[in-house]
Design a protein around this ligand. Structure first.
Ligand code: B12
Length: 234
């Protein structure tokens, strides 16, 4: 029933991936009533991503904005249908609100209370790469993610992914203009801050936003563009 609802909304289906996650015990107390999750990824346009190899372009920024809006609408549509079936759910939008972006806690930690990547690894869709990107089996990191939390369990065909499959590949580390990663391979016991300096990354995104796009936005995308898993699945 839930699969049918999701497939009816995600059109064309070949542009999306989705999976079901058991999030019990992984989120804060405020989410206790929603222990299960749906992870949804929309693929990014290859031509636009390829052009980001040396930094963000206006086309990439436009894509980022339009996919955020699209995913927000699609996940809301799914939530409406789930609620009709008496399933309680919460739509976690792709990015964070301006209010959160400006909060002291976010500026200090660069962490949000629901990590889309965590929902995605629990759903068995992929793993975390060396520059802390989520790498999907289908499209590599060339996706944008959204999540739905709910109170209804759904059996998953995929097993949660607990460690990185990047092996010896270091291309995202070499190409990162912020030199934000140290090369450590991720597993579920590795905290982001052990292998990735999010503040260095944010400062570079901020610089790119001002210099390349003339805007107060934080955007980069080089690690997304250079990952061989994204290229392989083109
Ligand atoms: C804060 C934030 C940033 C910050 C910090 C980035 C960071 N890596 O933490 C800054 C401003 C630097 C940033 C930059 C960018 N961001 Co950003 N950002 C976010 C945001 C809003 C929250 C991320 C967060 O809370 N991080 C905190 C850490 C702790 O969590 P995490 O990074 O998500 O990953 C950890 C957990 O998932 C954990 N984990 C995974 N599975 C499991 C399972 C278990 C059991 C456990 C215990 C842990 C665990 O492993 C990871 C490492 O510890 C998310 C949206 C969201 N709500 O998730 C987007 C998001 C991460 N950003 C995204 C993107 C694309 C970018 C940029 C490329 C910008 C751009 N659009 O050009 C850059 C590059 C970032 C990079 N290489 O990581 C995408 C990533 C897509 C992908 N394929 O991975 C997201 C998911 C937005 C989206 N809707 O798709 N971002």
């Amino acid at each position: 029933m839930i699969n049918k609802i999701i497939k009816n909304v995600l059109v064309p289906f070949s542009d999306f991936i989705y999976g079901f996650a058991d999030m019990s015990g992984l989120l804060g107390d405020e989410f206790k009533v929603f222990p299960y999750g749906i992870s949804i990824g929309k693929r990014l346009d290859d031509a636009i991503v390829i052009a980001v190899e040396s930094g963000p372009t206006p086309e990439y920024y436009a894509l980022y904005r339009s996919i955020n809006e699209e995913l927000k609408d699609l996940t809301e549509q799914i939530c409406v249908e789930l609620r009709k079936k008496q399933i309680r759910c919460l739509n976690i939008i792709p990015t964070v609100s301006t209010e959160i972006l400006e909060s002291a806690d976010y500026i200090k930690t660069l962490r949000y209370k629901v990590s889309h990547k965590m929902v995605a690894t629990r759903a068995g869709l992929g793993w975390i790469g060396k520059t802390d990107l989520f790498i999907s089996a289908e499209f590599g990191p060339r996706i944008r993610l959204a999540s739905i939390l709910m109170d209804h369990p759904v059996e998953s065909k995929r097993k949660p992914v607990n460690k990185s499959k990047c092996g010896t590949c270091d291309i995202c580390i070499i190409k990162c203009p912020a030199q934000a990663a140290n090369g450590m391979l991720w597993n579920i016991h590795t905290d982001r801050d052990q292998f990735f300096d999010a503040h260095k990354c944010r400062d570079q995104c901020d610089k790119f936003g001002r210099e390349r796009l003339n805007r107060d936005v934080r955007i980069c995308g080089i690690c997304v563009s250079v990952c061989p898993f994204g290229k392989r699945n083109k």
